[in-house]
Design a protein. Structure first.
Length: 480
């Protein structure tokens, strides 16, 4: 987002009015924080409480870090009363401030959900729209019942576009979030088997994702993946919810936004697309077929909003991978040689769909000399009683990608390991440290290593382990 304007984000009086809180002091707020460790000067700290902590215990740290005040349920000793806004419930106050933020803006609001690709699509759309006005978007993957109201509360009043990521793992969650955000445009990137622990069938996931349409306001546009097998189901939900327009993207011949020609490179993808009868040639600074689809969703939103497609194409070329979502590192081995490997960090999260997309992208990564393509895959969580089968089903994409070595971690990955051809078996581990050591010892010059798994599997520790043993890490930009 472009730099903050001179006017404050909120005043203490406005916060008190929006939250129903009591305040005696007068001060300006430049940011909103829920983590005392990340407070900056001018922030307002919300003292949220969880199962393992009480935010009131960190008010002093937040003020010491520069916060101008705190939203609390009772006065905190040692903090000036004038710096405290007293409310009945801090979480409810955050929701109310988010609601007030939404009510005071007059700009297009875009909401994005999906089983995979929602964060990447949100970041790409932010990059595109911020070139054409002042855009605001939720940070990182702030997409739950805390992250969404927090992202709203951080939204300045004078923005031209706002983009929000909405996530869920239970039915009903998106309904509350979308009614808070009240989007004009809702994007569903795709529906696949994620969070199956909480859903009996994939169709139930589609129904839960479709809750995003229930918050739509005029012009009420739904942007859907035409290639996804749940397209008709989602379309019907959108129409029933009052969507005035359905825009489809994908490779399907009936998609209004579709690729005509594509070329996958090792650090970028080149596309010629039909954007509702407008031909656009552009490059994405990202790798993989899934990123082509993400870019089509972005262009669909740009077209719907009446923004500039040419500027959008230029912005897409400058995208670069995020940490844990395809970020690349050139690592020089710590044995004193000049040998190097390419590490692709996909460790942020995983479900069957995103696993297959990452494996496919690795297939197109070129190697040199004696280098190998190596996948290091961690357990996928929240897949319910069918988890063993979902893990075993990764065999086909791994074989199709012709990978050289596969390292697996987590109890359900044993079902995949048992089916792997012997030539691909790097190893199966239930101890992360043992995997780290074995992988490190096996690496050789020219290897390309992709690490991916659910957050709970801790695969980011593999990435950190390798980075810590590098003699001079050099981040590789998406454009090479």
């Amino acid at each position: 987002m472009k730099s903050r304007m001179s006017e404050p984000l909120w005043t203490s009086q406005a916060v008190a009015e929006a939250t129903g809180g009591k305040i005696t002091g007068k001060w300006n707020v430049n940011g909103i924080s829920i983590d005392s460790r990340r407070c900056q000067a001018g922030d307002l700290f919300f003292a949220l409480s969880g199962p393992h902590h009480d935010g009131h215990d960190f008010v002093d740290a937040a003020i010491s870090a520069g916060a101008v005040g705190a939203v609390v349920e009772h006065l905190v000793d040692g903090i000036a009363p004038g710096q405290q806004i007293i409310v009945d419930n801090v979480k409810e106050a955050l929701w109310n401030l988010g609601k007030a933020a939404r009510a005071r803006v007059n700009c297009p609001i875009i909401a994005i959900t999906g089983s995979a690709g929602k964060t990447g699509t949100k970041e790409a759309l932010m990059e595109v729209l911020d070139r054409q006005g002042r855009a605001h978007a939720s940070k990182k993957s702030y997409n739950n019942d805390i992250g969404v109201p927090l992202s709203l509360a951080r939204m300045p009043e004078n923005v031209d576009f706002s983009i929000f990521e909405l996530g869920m793992n239970h039915a009903g969650e998106l309904r509350a979030l979308t009614k808070l955000v009240r989007p004009h445009v809702a994007i569903v990137t795709m529906v696949a088997s994620a969070h199956r622990e909480f859903f009996d069938h994939e169709e139930d996931i589609a129904d839960a994702k479709a809750e995003i349409f229930e918050g739509l306001e005029g012009p009420a546009v739904a942007i859907l993946n035409r290639d996804n097998r749940h397209y008709e189901r989602l379309r019907d939900h959108a129409v029933a919810a009052g969507a005035e327009k359905i825009v489809a993207f994908g490779e399907h011949q009936d998609a209004q936004i579709r690729p005509l020609r594509t070329a996958l490179g090792d650090t970028c993808s080149c596309i010629v697309a039909d954007v509702q009868d407008v031909q656009l040639t552009y490059k994405i600074g990202m790798v993989g077929h899934h990123w082509i689809l993400n870019s089509l969703a972005v262009l669909a939103a740009v077209k719907v909003l009446g923004a500039d497609l040419g500027l959008a194409g230029l912005a897409l070329a400058e995208l670069s991978p995020l940490k844990g979502r395809g970020q690349r590192h050139r690592l020089y081995l710590d044995d004193g040689s000049m040998d190097s490997i390419l590490l692709i960090d996909e460790s942020y999260n995983a479900n069957p769909a995103s696993m297959k997309a990452a494996i496919s992208a690795l297939q197109h990564q070129p190697i040199e000399g004696r280098g190998r393509r190596i996948a290091v895959l961690g357990q996928m969580v929240e897949l319910g009683e069918n988890a063993p089968q979902f893990h075993a089903d990764l065999l086909a994409p791994l074989r199709d990608a012709h990978l050289d070595q596969v390292y697996l971690y987590g109890k359900d990955m044993k079902y995949l390991f048992e089916r792997l051809p012997s030539r691909m078996r790097g190893g199966y581990f239930t101890d992360l440290e043992a995997l780290q050591v074995a992988l490190h010892e096996d690496l050789r010059d020219g290897d390309v290593v992709m690490v991916k798994g659910s957050n709970a599997s801790g695969m980011s520790r593999i990435v950190d382990y390798l980075l810590d043993r590098d003699r001079s890490t050099v981040d590789i930009a998406a454009n090479g």
